[in-house]
Design a protein. Structure first.
Length: 107
């Protein structure tokens, strides 16, 4: 493709040794520019991956959300403890009221 673009620019179909050498220079420059652009894309992709994976602001957001559900977690823990204190024969999850089960199932 680069040759097809370079040939009309350097003299059409009248390929002389000078034109042939110029075509090869254009080809090698195009390959070098393409390799450089590919390298830049790889570096940019790697940096974006690192930014998204290890963004410290996300840690703070998730910690705030986790801390804000402390009351809900304690309600769910209370329901679980009450369930575990039942005798082994009557430990049926369906025996607990639907409202109490929803407190646990939200998580």
């Amino acid at each position: 493709m680069v040759i097809a673009i370079a040939v009309p620019l350097i003299g059409g179909l009248n390929m002389t040794p000078e034109n042939n050498q110029l075509a090869w220079h254009i080809l090698w420059e195009a390959i070098a520019i393409g390799a450089l652009l590919f390298l830049l894309i790889v570096i940019k992709t790697w940096l974006e991956y690192r930014r998204r994976m290890y963004d410290p602001t996300l840690i703070r957001e998730f910690q705030k959300e986790f801390d804000s559900i402390e009351e809900k977690r304690s309600e769910a823990a209370r329901v679980c403890i009450a369930f575990l204190k039942r005798p082994m024969e009557s430990r049926k999850w369906e025996a607990i009221s639907k409202h109490e089960r929803e407190k646990v199932n939200r998580f």
